[in-house]
Design a protein around this ligand. Structure first.
Ligand code: 6MZ
Length: 368
């Protein structure tokens, strides 16, 4: 595949849009599009009239949102997804949008949440997300007009522990992840399941050593691990504690101490890179200053991801386009990066991995 292998009118954007893509770092509630927010606002307008104008900051001013303003946003957003019906609607829409963006394998992540006033428990939250994933997948399979020639986008779930949570809460999330993990799932006809756990939330809050037993348990039971690493310039001990959990991937890894960076490189731990999110949330000064250049130079594995496509107003297509510009990549290099991501997915099903590889090969051949 060369830069000239596509038809002359094809632009970089078209290439990035049609490229089959893998999305491995997307938070459900941060991924809600303006359209979904509007639908949810209408649904909740009697209960929360004060949310009538709620929207993402970038919809108002197109501007960035620093980490200090980022986390409080979810206090409001969470009111819109405080019951199972709303969670299902939100999940369904997010899947539609990722598929439309050319994503062919998605690991969506979310923090199980209990809301006393609506009766939603952490378990019914997880069941609602999985039910929407299953329902959406079946709907796609049954709708010939919606069918991609390689079938429906594959969807998996990662459960998050928020840094505000206690060890007991983290352990409960790991137990939930195990209950809905494929190898132990009691849902015989389930299409979608949990593949791993993540540590997310405000990096200024909490100390990772608190949750070590929970993440060790997850690892020992066969769940895959990812952690948010280095979003703020925290101390060396914190970075090393997180890496001692032996995560299978890490998110961001933007502000690492040299010893943490060395450990990351030594372990060849793939990084979920979220360019737009990092620059907009001001953890990286500019795209030119982004560590992606260093990862690419030293050959460290990475996966382009959106993080919160709603909050940051981006798509995975945007992320590939941005990557091409920052790293000066041609189409072949972009394709190779997208294909390399298949090696970092958490679902270890050999047949699934074979199918995905075949799909990428077919796509590559179609460009020749
Ligand atoms: C850390 C983040 C995040 O779980 O309710 N979240 N945590 N860093 C980030 N990058 C800027 N983006 C999102 O989705 C929203 C939750 O994901 C976490 C935050 O804890 C946020 O509350 P769910 O679906």
């Amino acid at each position: 595949m060369t830069d000239h292998s596509l038809d002359n009118t094809a632009t970089l954007r078209q290439f990035c849009q049609t490229l089959p893509k893998v999305e491995l770092h997307a938070h459900l509630n941060g991924s809600l599009s303006p359209t979904t927010l509007a639908k949810l606002r209408t649904l909740k307008s009697d209960k929360y009239p004060e949310l009538a104008t709620l929207c993402w900051p970038q919809q108002q001013n197109g501007g960035s949102v620093g980490l200090a303003e980022f986390f409080p946003l979810f206090r409001h957003i969470y009111k819109l997804t405080e019951d199972e019906q709303a969670v299902k609607m939100a999940t369904w829409d997010v899947l539609e949008e990722f598929q439309r963006d050319g994503v062919r394998y998605l690991e969506l992540r979310s923090t199980p949440r209990a809301v006393e006033s609506t009766g939603m428990t952490k378990e019914t939250y997880v069941r609602a997300v999985l039910a929407a994933m299953d329902g959406w997948t079946k709907h796609q399979q049954l709708s010939p007009q919606n069918q991609h020639k390689h079938g429906v986008m594959v969807v998996r779930l990662i459960l998050c522990v928020d840094r505000r949570e206690s060890l007991e809460e983290a352990l409960a999330t790991v137990q939930l992840a195990l209950r809905y993990h494929r190898t132990t799932s009691t849902l015989a006809d389930a299409l979608c399941h949990v593949v791993g756990v993540d540590l997310c939330g405000n990096p200024e809050v909490g100390d990772p050593s608190t949750w070590t037993p929970a993440f060790q348990l997850a690892k020992s039971k066969g769940l895959k691990l990812t952690v948010h690493l280095g979003e703020v310039p925290y101390n060396l001990a914190e970075g090393l504690t997180l890496l001692a959990w032996q995560p299978d991937r890490v998110g961001h890894a933007t502000l690492l101490k040299p010893a943490t960076r060395a450990a990351l490189y030594k372990g060849k731990i793939p990084v979920e890179v979220c360019l737009t999110s990092n620059v907009q949330s001001q953890t990286v000064a500019s795209y030119d200053d982004h560590f992606i250049k260093e990862f690419y130079r030293v050959g460290h594995p990475f996966v382009p991801c959106t993080d919160d496509k709603g909050v940051f107003g981006c798509s995975l297509t945007d992320e590939y386009e941005r990557l091409a510009t920052v790293l000066q990549l041609d189409y072949t290099q972009l394709f190779n990066i997208s294909r390399q991501c298949l090696g970092f997915i958490f679902d270890e099903d050999v047949e699934l991995q074979r199918q995905l590889q075949a799909e990428w090969t077919t796509w590559e051949q179609s460009c020749e």
